[in-house]
Design a protein around this ligand. Structure first.
Ligand code: SAM
Length: 282
């Protein structure tokens, strides 16, 4: 592991030859968007509370009411995004006196990633999108018969099922988004980080089918894709699953753009439109 620093936050980055994804521009972009979006919500709620305070003068009960802002990151890899977002939001809560407690959880399908994220202080679990992976699968894949590890993973699986009984304010996913042919696959667990299947949407489509069950009524998700993933097709899937589609950030590279999309459950009288908001053409 290599200790790196991102905006004052120290972080154990995977080594070059690791089976865990090394944080890159996509990781930074989704983390920055998550910080921005979550801060906006907390700021707006504080303003609302202040108005309420002023009108009702029952500031005492409000003063003590701490609400949870709960975050779930899927495919956390090294845990970079979860760590940066949680630290950033905890600081923001302190600085701005927001009445929020930040709760943050993460998953990955790659057991090496789960272990790495845990080493970065992230509350991470082994799961395929939202489905906890059976402990025996974990051991089979790792050829690991160590009893202590087995118990830990039993515990993790049960705890993750419990965590999923609650819904989330914000769900983040920087998935494998690149179209990948059979002969382009990478051997070993690192393949999970890149292999988006033949059209780049192998993991995104099931994610969009399930994510609605895990969001609070006003919750939202941020999904990172590439121009190679097919924005039109992803937007179509979002529409099919009853979400709005807002593009919140685009970063340009010579051969592709990476795009962060925000999805929220569409209200009864809302029509599906693709909106562009706060685009940061970085
Ligand atoms: C592009 S990497 C992003 C890693 C990290 N979030 C970041 O931004 O640095 C994609 C991650 O998704 C994980 N992943 C792939 N398929 C998954 C699935 N079905 N369920 C959960 N995680 C998955 C990979 O193992 C990998 O860690």
């Amino acid at each position: 592991m290599v200790i790196t620093n991102y905006k004052g936050i120290s972080f154990k980055s995977p080594k070059e030859d690791s089976t865990v994804y090394i944080p890159a521009e996509d990781s930074h972009l989704i983390a920055e968007c998550a910080l921005f979006e979550a801060n906006e919500i907390m700021k707006k709620n504080k303003e609302k509370e202040q108005r309420f305070d002023f009108n009702c003068d029952n500031s005492k009960s409000i003063e003590n009411a701490f609400e949870a802002f709960s975050i779930l990151e899927l495919g956390t890899g090294s845990g970079f995004v979860s760590r940066v977002v949680k630290k950033g939001l905890v600081e923001s809560v302190k600085e701005n006196d927001y009445k929020y407690e930040i709760k943050s959880y993460a998953t990955d399908i790659n057991p090496d990633a789960v272990n790495h994220a845990i080493s970065n202080g992230v509350d991470a679990y082994l799961a395929d999108i939202f489905t906890p992976i059976q402990n025996n699968d974990y051991n089979k894949e790792n050829n690991n018969n160590n009893d202590k590890n087995k118990n830990n993973h039993d515990k993790n699986k049960n705890s993750f099922e419990k965590i999923l009984e609650n819904k989330f304010d914000m769900i983040l996913f920087n998935p494998p988004y690149l179209p990948t042919k059979e002969d382009e696959k990478i051997p070993g667990n690192l393949n999970y980080a890149f292999d988006g299947g033949i059209d780049g949407r192998k993991v995104i489509v099931p994610f969009l089918k399930e994510v609605g069950h895990h969001l609070k009524e006003n919750g939202f998700f941020l999904l990172l894709i590439s121009s190679m993933t097919g924005l039109g097709q992803v937007a179509e899937e979002m529409k099919k699953n009853g979400f709005s589609c807002t593009i919140v950030a685009i970063q340009k590279f010579p051969f592709e753009r990476i795009i962060v999309i925000k999805g929220k459950k569409l209200g009864n009288n809302e029509d599906f439109v693709i909106k562009e908001e706060l685009i940061q053409n970085i």
